[in-house]
Write a protein that binds this ligand. Structure first.
Ligand code: NAD
Ligand code: UDP
Length: 316
C-alpha cells in the first residue's frame, strides 16, 4: 500500500458510455482514477484521451472475478445496459450484476471505501404507477427476456442494502433512467443511438410497436452531475434515488425530433414490439431535488444536437 492524499476512485465499467464521462469528470477534478473494464461493450477509444494522464489508470478485468485494490470510492457501473447487449449472454449479465456487486461490496468493506451502485429504472419493470417514485416496488417479470438485467440489478440493490445493514458499508444507490449522449455505442440498439445513426444514413427509422410507449431522456452531463453529488453528499442520504430527466416523450415524438434536427429523408418503419417492453417511463425526481439539489438542465433538443454531432463525426 502506498501513502496517498488524493482521493483514489475506482470506476467499474469505466470504458463504457457513462463510465467514460465519469472518468473525464473525476480526472479533471484531480482525483486518481482507476478505470476497470472487460471491454464487452466499452472501448479503449472512449478513454484513449485519458491514457497519458498521470492520474488515470486502466485495468482490464472481468468483474465476475474478485479483485483487490486500494481505493477510497467505488462507482459500480460495470454491466451491459442496452437490451441487445444484456440479452446477448443473459447468464453472464446476471453474473456481472450479482457477482460484481458482491466483489465490489466485499472490497468496499475490506478497504472501507464508499460505494455507489448504478441501478436502473428497470427495477420498476413495466410500471403500473406513473411517474415512478422510489417507494414503488415495481412490476417485473422474473422469467422474461429482460429479467437477466432487471432482476440482476434488483438483486444488486438488495446486496447493497444488506452489506450496509449487516456490515456498515457506506453505500449509495442511484436508479438511472434512460441516458444518452456522445460515446453511446453505434450498434448497441438503444433508441437514441439507433435513430440518429439511421437518420444520418437516411435509412428507415425502426419504431418498435406503435411508438406510443414513452421514455424520458437525460443528457449524460446532467447524469454525471447527479452521480457525483450523490457520492459526495451526506452519509444520511444513501438512496435509492431516481436520476433522470422528467421530460417525457413518445418514441414517435423522439423519431420526429431526430429526423427534423438532421433534416433526414428517413421514413418510419414499424417493427414488432419486444416482449415486456415498458409502456411508459418517467422519473419522479422530487427526492433528488430535495436531497441533492439536483435536476437536469439540458433539454432534449440541445442534447440531441450534441449527440448528432458526435455520430456525424464518427460516420464521416
Ligand atoms: P455501457 O454498456 O456503455 O457500459 C457498461 C460497461 O461495463 C462497458 O464498458 C462494459 O465493457 C463494462 N462491463 C460489462 N460487463 C463487465 C464485466 N463483467 N466486467 C467488467 N466490465 C464489464 O452502458 P452504460 O450506458 O454506460 O451503463 C453504465 C451503467 O449504468 C450500467 O450498470 C447500466 O446498467 C447503468 N444504467 C445506464 C442507463 C443508461 O441509460 N445509459 C440507464 C440505467 C442504468
Ligand atoms: N425502440 C424503438 N426502436 C429502436 C430501438 C428502441 O422503437 O430502434 C424502443 C424500444 O422498444 C423501447 C424504447 O425505444 O420502447 C427505448 O428502448 P431502449 O432500448 O433505448 O431502452 P429501454 O427499453 O431499456 O428503456
Amino acid at each position: 500500500m502506498t501513502l496517498h492524499t488524493t482521493k483514489r476512485i475506482l470506476i467499474t465499467g469505466g470504458a463504457g458510455f457513462l463510465g467514460s464521462h465519469l472518468c473525464d469528470r473525476l480526472v479533471a477534478e484531480g482525483s486518481e482514477v482507476l478505470c476497470l473494464d472487460n471491454f464487452f461493450t466499452g472501448t479503449r477509444e472512449n478513454i484513449s484521451h485519458l491514457l497519458g494522464r498521470s492520474n488515470f489508470e486502466l485495468i482490464r478485468h472481468d468483474l465476475v472475478e474478485p479483485i483487490l485494490l486500494e481505493v477510497d470510492e467505488i462507482y459500480n457501473l460495470a454491466c451491459p445496459a442496452s437490451p441487445v447487449h444484456y440479452q446477448f449472454n443473459p447468464v453472464k449479465t446476471v453474473k456481472t450484476s450479482v457477482m460484481g456487486a458482491i466483489h465490489m461490496l466485499g472490497l468496499a468493506k475490506r478497504v472501507n471505501a464508499r460505494i455507489l451502485q448504478a441501478s436502473t429504472s428497470e427495477v420498476y419493470g413495466d410500471p403500473e404507477i406513473h411517474p415512478q417514485k422510489e417507494a414503488y416496488w415495481g412490476n417485473v417479470n422474473c422469467i422474461g427476456l429482460r429479467s437477466c438485467y432487471d432482476e440482476g440489478k434488483r438483486c444488486a440493490e438488495t446486496l447493497f442494502f444488506d452489506y450496509h445493514r449487516q456490515n456498515g458499508v457506506n453505500i449509495r444507490v442511484a436508479r438511472i433512467f434512460n441516458t444518452y449522449g456522445p460515446r453511446m455505442h453505434p450498434n448497441d440498439g438503444r433508441v437514441v443511438s439507433n435513430f440518429i445513426v439511421q437518420a444520418l444514413a437516411n435509412r428507415d427509422i425502426t419504431i418498435y410497436g406503435d411508438g406510443t410507449q414513452t421514455r424520458s431522456f437525460c443528457y449524460v452531463s446532467d447524469l454525471v452531475d447527479g452521480l457525483t453529488l450523490l457520492m459526495n453528499g451526506s452519509d444520511d442520504f444513501i438512496g435509492p434515488v431516481n436520476l433522470g430527466n422528467p421530460d417525457e416523450f413518445t418514441i414517435l415524438e423522439l423519431a420526429g425530433k431526430v429526423i427534423d434536427l438532421i433534416g433526414s429523408k428517413s421514413k418510419i418503419l414499424f417493427k414488432p414490439l419486444p416482449a415486456d417492453d415498458p409502456k411508459q417511463r418517467q422519473p419522479a425526481i422530487d427526492l433528488a431535488r430535495e436531497k441533492l439539489d439536483w435536476q437536469p438542465v439540458v433539454h432534449l433538443g440541445e442534447g440531441l444536437k450534441k449527440t448528432i454531432d458526435y455520430f456525424e463525426q464518427m460516420m464521416s
